[in-house]
Design a protein around this ligand. Structure first.
Ligand code: G3P
Ligand code: MG
Length: 265
């Protein structure tokens, strides 16, 4: 049987930086979650046309900024000039889509653990997995190698890389095998074990609506940690935790705070 290890991260994870309390995937979102006491964030990372790793969920710019068209066709200098805050609320006007380096800075400031979801634009799977892993390893090594005067105390844990894209996660593994990986699913496919084994994953991330007690038990018995997204009902979060789910990714950081599962073993 696989060794049973304890989930090495905080159990409550703010979805897209600050859940539903701020514009997704921005520094303002991260600050909002940190102000509420959150200790871990999930966010979506992809590449600009000039291979800068930055935060954006969609392939296109319209929904969450005043830009238009495919993000993959724009250099980061153009993306950085866009307003990714006003669509959410005028008080976030001018809030940019940050680089991974800027997000790392916020993780240091607030002492946050990170789940970097690699969200490649179509056709950019391998390049995105590789660049995100290289950049994450470079940034986070700064904070955990014990030789850097700027390193945070205590050191940040290594970021957990996840993706729905097997190809992107395989490229991340090839580039930086030491960074922990989790494979993301909507519904968990019957061959989940072969896929997570092939990528040497530490975790499986699934849509909570597709999980039940038996499936959670099987995944845990295989030695994998489980992160369930996006759980916005406190009662549901408790049920999932009782089944053995290790971490909850939530939009409702106002209802499901950092210590929400502290009483669930
Ligand atoms: O990583 C969990 C969750 O963020 C996956 O879905 O579409 O919100 O990125 P999505
Ligand atoms: Mg995501």
């Amino acid at each position: 049987a696989a060794a049973i290890l304890r989930w090495p991260y905080p159990r409550i994870v703010a979805h897209r930086g600050g859940g539903s309390l701020a514009p997704e995937n921005t520094l303002a979102a991260i600050d909002t979650g940190a102000a509420l006491g959150l200790k871990m964030i999930e966010f979506d990372a992809k590449l600009s046309s000039d291979d800068v790793v930055f935060l954006l969920h969609d392939d296109t710019l319209e929904r969450t900024s005043n830009g238009r068209g495919a993000a993959a066709r724009k250099p980061y200098a153009d993306i950085a000039a866009l307003d990714a805050g006003s669509w959410y609320d005028r008080r976030f006007r001018g809030e940019p889509m940050p680089t991974l380096a800027q997000v790392y800075g916020r993780c240091v400031t607030h002492g946050l653990a990170a789940n970097i979801e690699i969200k490649p634009c179509p056709g950019r799977e391998t390049a995105t997995g590789q660049r995100v892993a290289q950049e994450a390893a470079r940034l986070w090594a700064n904070g955990s190698n014990g030789t850097n005067a700027d390193a945070p105390t205590p050191p940040l844990p290594l970021p957990l890389l996840s993706s729905f894209s097997f190809e992107a996660l395989a490229a991340a593994r090839d580039a930086q095998p030491e960074l922990p990986r989790g494979l993301l699913f909507g519904a968990v496919p019957s061959d989940w074990r072969a896929r997570t084994d092939a990528l040497a994953c530490v975790s499986l991330h699934a849509d909570h609506r597709k999980l039940d007690a038996a499936l959670v038990g099987e995944i845990k018995a295989a030695g994998l940690f489980i992160l369930a997204y996006t759980v916005n009902d406190p009662e549901r979060a408790r049920t999932l935790a009782h089944w053995g789910v290790d971490a909850i990714c939530t939009d409702r950081i106002d209802l499901i705070g950092a210590d929400f599962l502290s009483s669930v073993p």
